[in-house]
Design a binder for this molecule. Structure first.
Ligand SMILES: Nc1ncnc2c1ncn2[C@@H]1O[C@H](COP(=O)(O)OP(=O)(O)OP(=O)(O)O)[C@@H](O)[C@H]1O
Length: 237
């Protein structure tokens, strides 16, 4: 039996007088890995900002397991089990790797195999090697692994990655993909924004495509893989 985590109904949102999202409808079930796709500026980050409460919807409803998220503060939404790795990573320059991973850790959400420091180091051995290094001493790829590890340390029910591989060297990107594959096999529900559609179709179960703030297509990885006209039309690939 599937468990619904998030329901988004008729979501309209934006910035001040500027409307960016126009009536989005979608849902996320436990265990799913979903790609959120579309060209630059189509509203992917704005969708995520509304889900995690840093922006408030103009209209529509975001519901998380019976809780209406629309007016909840971001920290209250985080406590429900949504963790986002935002664009730009945002590590603390003066905290060590280890401090990042224990400062936010939480065993909440009834996770039977919680993300302990040990498990995060097993997922990203590079972080174990760098345990005593400061955020400011890490490479871009290490910072990205740390940002993902930090999000996992809260034992999120839904992990959201916004452009997690942006600006990373190819080998580091592969390392992030490898970890996403492992997380999927462990049943981690994940929403991923990434422009490497060819990789996303290998990892995600299904996809949502945004075009100018509207949901123009949704379907399985197999369906997206089979219809390259969608890639050209909506992702400019
Ligand atoms: N803080 C802001 N204030 C006003 N407009 C914004 C702000 N942030 C984004 N926008 C606008 O909202 C629209 C959607 O941006 P959004 O960041 O959601 O797109 P995106 O699909 O995530 O693309 P990208 O990959 O470029 O981040 C764009 O037209 C953008 O210029």
């Amino acid at each position: 039996m599937t468990t619904r985590l998030l329901t988004c109904e008729n979501l309209s949102a934006g910035y001040g007088a500027s409307q960016v999202l126009f009536g989005l409808d979608f849902a996320i079930d436990e265990g799913e890995v979903i790609g959120l796709l579309g060209r630059n500026g189509m509203g992917k980050s704005t969708t995520i900002k509304n889900m995690v409460g840093v922006l408030k919807p103009f209209d529509g409803t975001l519901t998380w397991q019976g809780h209406k998220l629309n007016t909840m503060a971001p920290d209250a939404i985080a406590r429900l089990g949504l963790a986002v790795v935002p664009e730009g990573r945002q590590c603390f320059p003066n905290l060590t790797v280890r401090e990042h991973l224990v400062a936010f850790s939480s065993r909440r959400n009834g996770n039977s195999t919680p993300w302990t420091l040990k498990r995060i180091y097993e997922l990203f051995p590079r972080l174990a090697e760098r345990s005593r290094h400061l955020g400011s001493q890490l490479s871009g790829g290490e910072q990205q692994m740390l940002a993902i590890g930090r999000a996992l340390s809260t034992n999120p029910k839904l992990l959201i990655l916004d452009e997690a591989t942006e600006g990373l060297a190819p080998l580091i990107r592969e390392e992030i993909w490898r970890c996403l594959g492992l997380l999927k096999r462990e049943g981690q529900t994940t929403l991923v924004v990434d422009k490497y559609v060819d990789k996303l179709v290998q990892i995600a179960d299904r996809h949502l495509i945004l075009e100018r703030g509207k949901l123009v297509w949704s379907g399985t990885s197999a369906a997206l893989d089979a219809d390259r006209s969608l890639w050209v039309r909506y992702m400019g690939v």
